[in-house]
Design a protein around this ligand. Structure first.
Ligand SMILES: [Fe+2]
Length: 244
């Protein structure tokens, strides 16, 4: 592993609409740009867009906008779909590795390995779990995993109840096999959490669209201020910080 500290910007749940009209009264494009251009993101080596790029149902205009933003970047951008995305539409705009309709891949960068999996349908397919079992042990050093849905409950009353990862028990059984996986990065919950599960830390990034009140069992808007996550990955540490 290289001794350089790898700085990763994670932007999640962007919910861009078909056009420039506000989405639920929120300027989601401006929110995205605020995250991208924030001082906390300066000097990132890699940008991760961890799902729900589109607002409701894979609006092509959303992907066109995101494609244009990604094209301007001089660093690699890793993308995974969320439950409001559809891989078959995203493929028209982004060069994504897709197998059996799912977008999952390993990305090796600056001597590190990161894994990206697709939970857009609300589950992680058995194909992907089998692939992780084959691929992660090939890496001797620490790896990071990115997925849209947290593989755990997060004490968010609304999201845990309505939109949790359905096969989290099966997913966790597989993730527990990897001693070199200690940090998992997610989004989806429109809230920020750090949850310890089975000796691993799940870092849940906030959304750039809006934050949802974790204490109400129904949808309750907490804030329309954008949030994002910055990860610093050194030789012997992984740190994450959430910014608004
Ligand atoms: Fe989501």
């Amino acid at each position: 592993m290289s001794s350089k500290v790898l700085k990763i910007g994670q932007i999640s749940d962007i919910h861009i609409g078909e056009d420039e009209n506000l989405v639920q009264g929120i300027d989601v494009r401006a929110n995205f740009m605020k995250a991208l251009n924030s001082p906390s993101m300066h000097g990132i080596d890699l940008l991760v867009l961890s799902g729900d790029l589109a607002n409701e149902d894979a609006e092509p205009g959303a992907y066109e906008y995101m494609r244009d933003q990604v094209a301007k970047m001089s660093i690699p951008v890793c993308i995974i779909p969320g439950n409001h995305d559809r891989v078959e539409v995203m493929q028209n705009y982004f060069d994504l590795p897709v197998k059996n309709g799912k977008c999952y891949y390993r990305f090796d960068f600056q001597g590190r390995s990161m894994f990206f999996i697709d939970s857009a349908c609300g589950e992680v397919s058995q194909d992907q779990l089998d692939w992780l079992e084959q691929e992660i042990p090939k890496v001797k050093e620490e790896v990071l995993l990115f997925m849209h849905h947290p593989p755990c409950f997060c004490n968010h009353r609304f999201m845990d109840l309505r939109y949790h990862l359905r096969n989290m028990v099966d997913v966790r059984k597989v993730l527990n096999k990897f001693d070199n996986l200690k940090h998992i990065f997610c989004g989806h919950y429109h809230s920020d959490f750090c949850v310890e599960i089975d000796g691993k830390t799940v870092h849940v990034a906030p959304s750039t669209q809006m934050q949802i009140d974790p204490n109400a069992p129904y949808f309750n808007l907490k804030s329309s201020a954008p949030g994002w996550q910055v990860i610093n990955w050194g030789e012997d540490f992984v740190e994450s910080a959430v910014h608004f």
